[in-house]
Design a protein around this ligand. Structure first.
Ligand code: URA
Ligand code: SF4
Length: 476
């Protein structure tokens, strides 16, 4: 067969590659006869242009899993990726439809390797982009980032969702993307000089970072792995690192990943009303305030404040006791073993976790150190009372219809009286106008039950109590 040239422009575009591959496939051009080109090397390669080929075979159905793999692989810088994908496509449509399941196959293996590298790069972009405010008072934010692969188009929708209320641009050497609050617009690459270098929020961010940075947890090797040195130039907190590392122990990915996104979220006033309900904004600003709370001594040994989480129009609020070890590290409530059990119980009761707002009576993890292990220690009455300022604001801002108290600590904190949990559980108690509370056991208590049948009975009891919630609308 005569050599065929297939053009993919831009080289990372799935639709462009798909169109070229479809034509070549229908014309029956085998993989070894195609030279894949992109705009850059176009004129140097001879052969028949694939787009002029007549179709000779009916179009074939391609599995969705192949297209999603191809979408990721195309974003890799590897110059042979178009040919690799076409080879896979050819084999899938010529006798090996389940090819992707054969992980020992060299082509399949390579494709997944490329896709994984692209995923890693995308993850880094999500974690390490830092917006800076333009000094001209326009409320526009700009970030500079140097991705390893062609991932800007792939990752941009994430930023559009996450920072919907900001006007921002991300500049990279090969492509830029702008969000005006309504649509994404892509443009040419830029140079670093086009991005601002410093702004006033940076000082705030540095202070915040230093305050959440737990020296006992610093591990410089892990840190370099998670926060590669090549990005440090763009990260305001990186300026603090030499000093912080000098004084310290171990570090976790979640802190790096989550905290910046929360603290730097800015919604310009003009857009706020359209993009997010006022309530959302206030709950977020409360979370921001709580992240700096030092009202009791629990903040100091803990990693970070673990604030509530969930839809701001949720009608059901679940209140636990305090974050545990994993919650403390992740900065999110109910992500450890008790959280997993709670998720399961909620699902069994017919309620999705993502539809409810989850929080705790106390926002910092209280623990006792035993060697490397941090053992849960119940919060004291004063901690609960002090931290109630945050819980009360969450209730006031979220305006739930139902508040579920998981365990006695939550029940005391919400109802402000001694509670006989085992007598009062499983029934609605009035809380305030139009708001009911439901008391039930704590998922950790279920986990502590000794013996399979006792644990199972405790679990079913929790499910039964939670099932009472199905009479409450999940949102307005
Ligand atoms: N236990 C709680 O009370 N809250 C959490 O967030 C996790 C475990
Ligand atoms: Fe503030 Fe509550 Fe943390 Fe105490 S436990 S420092 S009151 S957020």
């Amino acid at each position: 067969m005569n050599p065929v040239r297939a053009n993919v422009d831009p080289s990372y575009d799935l639709a462009a590659w798909r169109e070229a591959a479809r034509i070549a496939l229908q014309a029956g051009v085998p993989p070894e006869a195609v030279t894949w080109i992109s705009a850059a090397n176009d004129s140097l390669i001879s052969g028949v242009d694939a787009s002029t080929l007549p179709a000779s075979a009916p179009s074939s159905k391609v599995p969705a899993s192949f297209l999603s793999l191809a979408g990721a692989v195309l974003c890799h810088r590897d110059e042979n990726r178009h040919a690799l994908l076409y080879r896979l496509l050819w084999r899938i449509t010529h006798g090996t439809p389940k090819l992707l399941a054969i992980s020992t196959d060299a082509d399949v293996h390579r494709a997944y390797e490329l896709a994984k590298a692209v995923q890693r790069d995308s993850h880094k972009m999500k974690a390490f982009v830092r917006f800076r405010e333009l000094a001209n008072g326009s409320d526009d934010f700009v970030a500079w980032f140097e991705p390893e692969h062609w991932i800007v188009d792939r990752v941009a929708p994430f930023f559009a969702r996450r920072f919907a209320g900001m006007r921002w641009a991300i500049l990279t050497p090969y492509r830029s993307v702008r969000w005006d609050g309504a649509a994404l617009e892509f443009g040419a690459g830029q140079t670093r000089a086009d991005a601002p270098d410093y702004d006033s929020e940076e000082t705030l961010w540095q202070t915040y970072y230093a305050s959440i940075f737990n020296p006992a947890r610093l591990n410089p090797r892990m840190m370099r792995q998670e926060m590669p040195q090549k990005y440090w130039g763009n990260l305001p907190e990186a300026r603090l690192l030499p000093e912080l590392i000098r004084t310290a122990g171990e570090r976790t990915q979640d802190m790096v990943e989550r905290a910046p996104l929360q603290v730097r979220r800015r919604v310009p006033a003009a857009l706020a009303a359209e993009v997010a309900p006022q309530r959302d904004d206030t709950l977020i600003s409360t979370q921001r305030e709580a992240s700096r709370c030092r009202a009791c001594e629990l903040w100091q040994p803990a990693t970070q404040t673990v604030f509530g989480e969930g839809p701001t129009d949720a009608r059901i609020m679940l209140v636990g006791e305090q974050p545990g070890d994993q919650e403390d590290l992740a900065g999110r409530p109910f992500v450890g073993p008790a959280g997993k059990l709670l998720d399961r119980a909620l699902a069994q009761a017919g309620i999705e976790r993502s539809a409810v707002y989850l929080t705790n009576a106390v926002k910092h993890f209280r623990f006792e150190r035993r060697g490397k292990v941090r053992l849960h220690k119940s919060p004291g009455a004063l901690h609960i009372k002090t931290c109630n300022a945050w819980l009360a604001r969450e209730i006031q801002l979220l305006k739930p219809r139902a508040i579920v108290c998981l365990g006695a600590t939550a029940a005391n904190a919400v109802l402000k009286r001694d509670v006989q949990l085992m007598h009062e559980r499983g029934s609605w108690q009035p809380f305030a106008d139009g708001v009911q509370t439901l008391l039930t056991v704590h998922p950790s208590w279920v986990l502590r039950q000794v013996g399979g049948s006792a644990r199972e009975a405790a679990y079913q009891g929790l499910v039964r109590d939670l099932a009472l919630l199905t009479t409450v609308a999940l949102s307005d």
